[in-house]
Design a protein around this ligand. Structure first.
Ligand code: NAD
Ligand code: WQD
Length: 363
């Protein structure tokens, strides 16, 4: 059934890929994004992928966009704007990506992170409550398992001690949403704990476009490959892992995007009187592949896919990094019938296609 879904942060890396999947599944999408970490150009790229045509006057002026995709430039903390959006559009659910995500920056600017990620989500939820829209898919993170959880991480484990304000903001929002589910059984919440999203849409039209020096591994490797950066620093070569470098569960961003549709479908299932609540209440799912790769394995895979040499140097460990973690992906498989389909080779090939087609990202 076609629905209208509000996607906050829909111009960003994961949001834009999810919007493509939603439109391809015949949903209507309203994007709310303040563009603090993205570009409005992504809208044209999304339209090109899903082939939305702008209708034009004979004179050539734009008359109206196909109404399946609406972009609103604005902030989730703007209560009046949110109220207006819920009045104007027949929104049935929200997928909430908007937020700040740089771990290191969150340590130096904690107030900005709590303001945007926690207060912003609070504003959004209050506006949803008032509009009687009580279904939300939230972008959480594997970081909420904390520093001491045994691997693989599974959803039954308690949230751990987060080591930075970014991670704490995700844990706080998860708790807030869980409390709201307890208070009001009409709420339906999917807390999706992402592992390490990489890759890009196979069209090469949308992908990750970090501002400034990339913090994350794949954007850094891609910028070395394109000649923007001289060499990669590998943070730590003395971890207790087979090759001494850190291990992560990298997941293709399109697999991740598809997981959002499955999660949304699940939480929208009607309640079953006898068997209990199917979609209602709080649900937590890991979105990962269940398989870890080391930094050196990722470098080798990227070199093979791109034909480029990636010079690197082993440097000291990065503060706050863990040696190795990956997902127990069984719950999402059992409950959502979702498994990650793309291989590491697919992920790095698609990252490279995006980077080589768009050496300067969207600019
Ligand atoms: P991104 O920065 O590319 O996208 C976030 C989008 O939200 C951007 O377009 C930004 O402009 C927008 N935004 C930020 N604050 C806003 C506000 N107050 N109002 C409106 N728009 C706002 O990041 P991403 O990688 O696509 O991540 C999406 C979500 O997933 C984030 O919440 C992030 O914390 C979470 N997450 C990301 C990763 C990852 O590795 N990329 C891992 C786990 C969780
Ligand atoms: C991956 C591996 C690094 C860069 C972060 C957040 C996490 C989540 C995803 C949002 C590690 C190594 C990296 C480099 C390197 N984000 N590395 N040289 O740290 O696992 O997770 O992004 O929720 O919360 O913490 O991802 O891509 O930064 O690092 O050697 O230049 O690559 O040490 O082993 P991370 P990452």
């Amino acid at each position: 059934m076609t629905q209208t879904i509000l996607v906050t942060g829909g111009c960003g890396y994961i949001g834009s890929h999810t919007v493509v999947e939603l439109l391809q599944a015949d949903h209507k999408v309203v994007i709310l994004d303040n563009l603090c970490n993205s570009s409005a150009k992504v809208i044209e790229r999304i339209k090109a992928i899903v082939q939305i045509k702008d209708q034009t006057h004979a004179e050539g002026n734009t008359l109206a966009n196909d109404d399946s995709l609406t972009f609103i430039e604005g902030d989730i903390r703007d209560e009046a704007l949110l109220k207006q959006i819920f009045i104007t559009h027949p929104i049935t659910s929200v997928i909430h990506f908007a937020g700040l995500k740089a771990v290191g920056e969150s340590v130096s600017k904690p107030l900005e992170y709590y303001n945007n990620n926690v207060y912003g989500t609070l504003c959004l939820c209050q506006a949803m409550n008032k509009a009687n829209v009580k279904t939300i898919v939230f972008s959480s993170s594997a970081t909420v398992y904390g520093e001491d959880a045994p691997v693989p991480y599974n959803e039954a484990m308690p949230m751990g001690n987060t080591s930075n304000p970014y991670g704490t903001s995700k844990a706080m929002v998860e708790k807030m949403l869980a409390d709201q589910c307890t208070a009001d059984p009409q709420w339906r919440v999917a807390q999706l704990r992402y592992f390490n999203p990489i890759g890009a849409h196979k069209s090469g039209l949308i992908g990750e476009d970090p501002k400034g020096i990339p913090n994350n591994l794949l954007p850094y490797i891609s910028q070395v490959a394109i000649g923007k950066r001289k060499e990669l620093s590998v943070f730590g070569g003395d971890y207790p892992t087979p090759d001494g470098t850190g291990i992560r569960d990298y997941i293709h961003v399109v697999d991740l995007a598809k997981g959002h549709l499955k999660a949304l479908n699940h939480i929208q299932q009607p309640s079953e009187k006898k068997k209990g609540e199917k979609g209602q209440g709080e649900h937590i799912w890991n979105l990962g592949t269940g398989q870890g790769y080391s930094v050196l394995e990722v470098i080798r895979a990227f070199e093979q896919a791109s034909g480029k040499n990636i010079p690197y140097q082993i440097k000291p460990r990065r503060n706050g990094d863990l040696a190795a973690f990956w997902a127990d992906a069984n719950k999402a498989k059992a409950e959502l019938n979702w498994v990650a389909a793309y291989t590491l080779n697919n992920m790095v090939s698609d990252s490279w296609r995006w980077q080589s087609n768009n050496p300067n990202g969207y600019s």
